[in-house]
Write a protein that binds this ligand. Structure first.
Ligand SMILES: O=C(O)CCC(=O)C(=O)O
Ligand SMILES: [Fe+2]
Length: 237
């Protein structure tokens, strides 16, 4: 599979966003969610608007103390490397977010500690990711949204990573256009044509769809890493 074939081709979108539907089958999706649910309680961090699990380590300006990924995540890191999504690098950190309906994440950028690529495996529920262009003079400006359907892989690289903020609104229902030609007042969903078929049968009479529990697997590469060296700590060698 060549991810370059899955570039979002839309006048509002920078040249560096890719969206692959059906990256997982339902069985693979179920297995990933089960692993997350089965993780020991201390693995969870509970924030007010989402919960998360971190695998691989915590990046900092000093470098990330890298831990091996568990095998069930390593297989995905390996396949993303094979697809050359990380410019030859093997991704070494996976952040899993769980959102209940009504939860989200404030507009932010992922920042310079990561190689400027993030690949996200989307599971459990749809959501809508909003993009704002950073502007020093006018503050942030809404530009477009991506609809993230379960089992898809979304990839943001370079400009999409560096020049935009991304956000998931804390809402529990999304309203969608009736068809690809209809525009919503405050939202431009640039990949709606790819999902229209799946969503039609699920929306209610007002074209609304309720969010369910969503698990996102955000996969990244932290270039600056060190392994724990016990000799160095205990014997100052
Ligand atoms: O859940 C998502 O798809 C977005 C998560 C995100 O932006 C992040 O973890 O930095
Ligand atoms: Fe992010």
């Amino acid at each position: 599979m060549d991810y370059l074939d899955y570039k979002i081709d839309h006048p509002l979108v920078p040249d560096s966003i890719f969206y692959i539907s059906d990256f997982l089958d339902t069985d693979e999706e179920r297995k990933l969610i089960d692993r997350v649910i089965q993780a020991p309680k201390p693995k969870w961090q509970f924030l007010s608007n989402r919960s998360l699990q971190v695998y691989g380590g915590y990046p900092s300006t000093e470098g990330m103390l890298a831990e091996d990924l568990p095998q069930w995540l390593q297989v995905y890191a390996n396949s993303l490397q094979k697809m050359n999504i990380f410019d030859g690098n093997l991704p070494n950190q996976v952040l899993i977010n769980r959102y209940e309906p009504g939860q989200g994440i404030l507009a932010h950028e992922d920042g310079p500690l990561y190689h400027p690529v993030v690949a996200t495996i989307n599971t459990g529920s749809h959501t809508v990711l909003n993009f704002y262009e950073k502007s020093l003079t006018e503050g942030r400006k809404y530009r477009f949204s991506l609809l993230l359907w379960p089992r898809s892989l979304s990839i943001l690289k370079y400009d999409a990573y560096k020049k935009y903020l991304h956000e998931i609104e804390e809402i529990d229902v999304d309203k969608f256009p009736i068809n690809n030609n209809e525009t919503l007042p405050n939202k431009i969903i640039v990949n709606f044509n790819l999902i229209e078929k799946n969503i039609k049968e699920l929306m209610d009479a007002n074209n609304c769809l309720r969010r369910q529990t969503r698990y996102s697997f955000t996969i990244r590469f932290v270039p600056k890493c060190h392994k724990l060296n016990l000799n160095k700590i205990f014997f100052k060698k």
